[in-house]
Each structure stands twice: as C-alpha cells, then as structure tokens.
Design a protein around this ligand. Structure first.
Ligand code: GRF
Length: 200
C-alpha cells in the first residue's frame, strides 16, 4: 500500500537554514512528508540553491512580475495548487503572504518567528530588530514560536514554542544564533505535530 506523503512548499528569502533543517529532519525522524517546492521572492538565495542541488523544484515569484497584486496572488495560489501542495511552511520569507494564499491554506500554513510570541511580534519585528528589542526590554529569556498564519503578522494560533535563556553580555547577534539553533529542532517538531493533528 502506498501512503500519500504530505506535500510541502517552503517559502524562504535568505540563508535557508530552517529549510535545510526541515529537509534533513524529514529523512531522519522520519516524517511522512516531502518538500516538493521552494518558493522565494529572490531568484538566488541559500534556500533556492539548496533546493536546486537537492532536486526540489523552485519558484521565483514576486509582485513585480505582475501588473496587479491580485494577479500575483492568484498566480501564487495556482502554482501551489498545481503542485498539489498540502502544507505551506514559511521559513524566513520576508514578504507578507497575500490574503488569497492564506485563505487557500487556512490551518495549513505555518511560520516561524524568532521570539516568544505574542511578545516581540508584528510588522517591523524581524531579524535583528526582534533580538535588539528583547535585549532592550531586559528579558531573561527568549525563544522561538511556530504559529499558524492568518491575515495579521505573527497573530495566528501558536502551535509550538521553545525557550532559550538570555545570557549576560548577549548581543543581538549572539542571541540570534542561540535562537536560530533552537529553531532548527522546533520547526521539524512543529511539523511533526501538525502532521499528527491532520491524521486524527
Ligand atoms: C529565522 O530566524 C526565522 O525565525 C525568521 O527568519 C530567519 C530565517 O533564517 N523568520 P533561515 O533563512 O532559515 O536561516
């Protein structure tokens, strides 16, 4: 009997370290899923290169390629549907996902955020801005959050969260590195949890 593997699209804009950790975890855990598409607003980035090297289809799609935003959104939905995507994972995707795409993947789209939401989230809270804000607030711990995506930045239901300490002398960079290491196990664990939820 062939068991259908859950088909994943991973959206990235940068290094793609989360993309790589999810890819490896699928083989190691193992998970009954496969990354079949890497979507990016950048034609060249770590994630897109890694995808190409590993035989994963890539899709470079940006608003600028279309005359109207609605056409961009419709094309994105069509590409995901054509690829028979079951679940979308945002992993360092630096653009807001069009509402039409979010609606098409309600409860089937996750994002990872490098802080303990609902703190330190929302528009403008990304990258080093997050870690600087955590340090400026004098927090003794930070962490990472995997949450469902809805129409508002970082506001969807939390699926899984993990804490890391803030250490004396931390800089935004040192804290970012500790949080990113945590993300690399958190996102695969969150995916595993979502897959289990979908099988019940
Ligand atoms: C991660 O810190 C993630 O939480 C944030 O963007 C970063 C992406 O890093 N959304 P990478 O591209 O996966 O290395």
């Amino acid at each position: 009997m062939t068991i259908h593997k859950t088909r994943l699209a991973v959206f990235c804009s940068g290094n793609g370290s989360n993309f790589k950790s999810i890819f490896r975890a699928i083989a190691e855990k193992p998970l009954n899923a496969e990354i079949v598409l890497c979507v990016s607003n950048r034609s060249q980035c770590g994630a897109m290169e890694f995808a190409s090297q590993n035989g994963i289809a890539t899709l470079h799609i940006t608003e600028k390629q279309f005359g109207a935003f609605d056409d961009f959104a419709a094309a994105m939905v069509a590409c995901l549907k054509n690829a028979q995507i079951d679940i979308v994972l945002l992993a360092g995707y630096m653009r807001k996902v069009p509402d039409a795409v979010v609606a098409a993947f309600a409860d089937k789209m996750l994002n990872i955020h490098p802080a303990l939401l609902p703190k330190f989230g929302g528009e403008g809270m990304y990258g080093m801005f997050v870690h600087s804000a955590v340090l400026e607030a004098g927090e003794t711990e930070s962490g990472a959050t995997v949450h469902f995506v809805n129409e508002e930045y970082d506001k969807g239901k939390i699926l899984l969260q993990r804490r890391v300490p803030v250490l004396p002398g931390d800089t935004p960079e040192s804290l970012a590195a500790r949080v990113l290491e945590c993300e690399h196990t958190l996102y695969p664990d969150a995916l595993e949890k979502l897959l289990a939820m979908q099988n019940t």
